[in-house]
Design a binder for this molecule. Structure first.
Ligand code: SF4
Length: 346
């Protein structure tokens, strides 16, 4: 899918791209409706635009996507393995929740340079940044599927392959298109951007006029452990991230979510729980405990250990949520995305 020649976004307004620059002004609105609301899959379905323009769009701006869908047997989760124009592969996941929410987890890069030891994407290494329309296309793909069930994408999380803050411009452009009333019209508060703690990105996001949620992947309460799990911690240690989060909160008054993936024998000791309380108790934040999905040699703790860990956090006054992972059987769960069909684990 190639949208950038058709439209761009300035603040929250769609503006015509090169292909539409000689068209009357209403054409952009008409075409945006076809793409984002009617969710057409080829330009022949755009019957109210002139044939000559349809042909031009067909030639220069395909609406098709090369994707393979893989459904979980155990949960209403679907993973899409998308092959991009240059043959790079990315993955996107749709999670259907019992309460009616439909969350799409999008990728922002093909591969990732940051090499977190527990993450399948990190093993691939960095391939390239995705363009804004390659990010938006991941949501459109699932919006098309849900439309057939009279449902729609309600939430988008930037937690798939790649580090969003290292592809900031494209991520922000994509957020604005998702949020724009003439785009996918998804509320900004239903959109979350997750980072390992790239402070320049957090600082920039604090100054944007868009109310998206910020999540920070913490995963360890001390630098010594975090250095081992996430090499990027040497450049962005915990205190530096917390300073940035403090400024972010002062600017936006929005509560930050810290993510903590619990890995058996690595970061799940009760001492670490106590340290987390000491570290985070003075911040206005939530802690999202995520049970590790098996990746390489890493495994989740036993349920009783997770329970004890969580109790310490709650007794210490932290606001804790526990996210249930979806799609483990299709390697669609957190940390398992690797641009494949789910068989690269060692
Ligand atoms: S966890 Fe995120 S930042 Fe770390 S290697 Fe995986 S994709 Fe990259």
């Amino acid at each position: 899918m190639n949208l950038s020649s058709i439209l761009k976004i300035k603040k929250n307004n769609l503006v015509a791209g090169d292909l539409l620059k000689d068209e009357p002004r209403f054409r952009l609105t008409q075409i945006a409706k076809y793409i984002f609301q009617d969710l057409i899959e080829n330009w022949e379905q755009a019957t109210s635009i002139p044939k000559v323009l349809r042909d031009k769009l067909n030639k220069n701006s395909s609406l098709t996507m090369n994707s393979k869908l893989i459904a979980s047997k155990h949960s209403p989760t679907i993973k899409s393995l998308i092959t991009l124009k240059d043959r790079e592969k990315i993955e996107t996941v749709l999670m259907r929740h019992k309460d009616g929410r439909n969350t799409v987890c999008v990728s922002t890069q093909a591969g990732c340079a940051l090499g977190c030891v527990f993450c399948a994407t990190g093993r691939i290494g960095f391939r390239r940044n995705l363009s804004w329309d390659e990010i938006v296309a991941q949501v459109i793909l699932f919006q098309r599927i849900l439309k057939k069930e009279n449902r729609r994408v309600t939430n988008v999380v930037y937690m798939g392959m790649g580090e969003p803050m290292l592809n900031y411009e494209n991520v922000l452009q994509s957020v604005r298109i998702l949020n724009a009333p003439k785009g996918l019209n998804i509320g900004a508060r239903k959109i979350s951007i997750s980072t390992v703690g790239i402070t320049e990105g957090i600082d920039r996001l604090a100054n944007e006029d868009i109310q998206v949620n910020l999540a920070v992947s913490l995963h360890a309460p001390v630098d010594s452990l975090r250095n081992e799990m996430m090499p990027i911690n040497k450049k962005y240690p915990i205190q530096k991230i917390l300073e940035s989060v403090t400024s972010y909160f002062k600017m936006t008054h929005r509560k930050v979510m810290f993510e903590y993936v619990l890995i058996a024998g690595v970061n799940d000791s009760l001492e670490y729980a106590e340290m987390l309380v000491q570290l985070l108790r003075k911040y206005t934040c939530m802690l999202n405990l995520i049970k590790m999905n098996p990746v390489y040699k890493f495994h989740p703790p036993k349920p009783e250990q997770i329970k004890r860990f969580k109790e310490i956090l709650e007794k210490g006054g932290l606001e804790v949520v526990q996210r249930y992972s979806f799609g483990q059987d299709i390697k669609a769960a957190c940390g398992q995305l690797a641009g494949g069909e789910g068989n690269i684990q060692k």
